[in-house]
Design a protein around this ligand. Sequence first.
Ligand SMILES: Nc1ncnc2c1ncn2[C@@H]1O[C@H](COP(=O)(O)OP(=O)(O)OP(=O)(O)O)[C@@H](O)[C@H]1O
Length: 255
Amino acid sequence: MTERQVLMSARALTKRFGGLAAVNDVSLDLWLGHIHAVIGPNGAGKSTLTNLLSGDLPPTSGSISLGEHPISGWTPEKISRHGLGRSYQKTNIFSTFSVWDNVRLAAQSRVQPSPFNPLGWLKAAARMQAVNARAERAMELAGLQDRRHAQAGATSHGEQRQLEIAMTLATEPRVLLLDEPLAGMGQAEAERMVQLLLRLKTEHAILLVEHDMDAVFTLADHLTVMVNGQVIASDTPVAVRADAGVQAAYLGEEH
Ligand SMILES: Nc1ncnc2c1ncn2[C@@H]1O[C@H](COP(=O)(O)OP(=O)(O)OP(=O)(O)O)[C@@H](O)[C@H]1O
């Protein structure tokens, strides 16, 4: 068996808001080719954990590494430049622009213009080509190539979530943090998103925060259950489903 490649890990992460430990001593690894789902009731600390990993919130204590880099204290922009892509619960697109323009803008955000290089303009064409190629690939991965000319705000809810993922992919991340990508979707849209995530996992390490338990049990290679900021189980989905403590605290009879 080949050894699993850890692309991101957190050790003993804690985040306190005053007296509340929203995330309490949480450790986890994200592996290439795996979807690591984090589930738990409202207020369990899932979004806070995601915000810690993306650098949007500083931890009270604990450490995070991305590849070989210890990233604690880095800004979200720097973490993003080193291969972390994050989608948010709230759709975050330019609604009057086309689908293609949104993805292209996201791809362009990765290209640093070079004001100190007087010959920089010579490379402009090559730079544009690279941006377009990256945007094209992200559109294809997200399954949006046939919707490129549509106005983003006029596309369906499901397509807008696909677009968000395409925009994240355009920055060429290796690790994806996905916060409720299926939220508000009908069944057909949800099924499309599940297929998209299965495609994406082959080239990424994915952290998935999701309330749709059918999707979670279809997608997850590893499952972490949080309650009140703490991890109460972290194992394969089969093992988690059979865990009496998890049944009692969260999953209930249904699963
Ligand atoms: N900025 C903040 N200041 C104070 N308390 C916060 C802050 N952000 C989150 N909390 C609290 O931390 C706890 C964890 O919240 P968090 O949003 O991480 O949970 P969650 O598992 O993502 O919930 P949901 O499933 O509803 O999104 C909650 O009690 C919440 O009220």
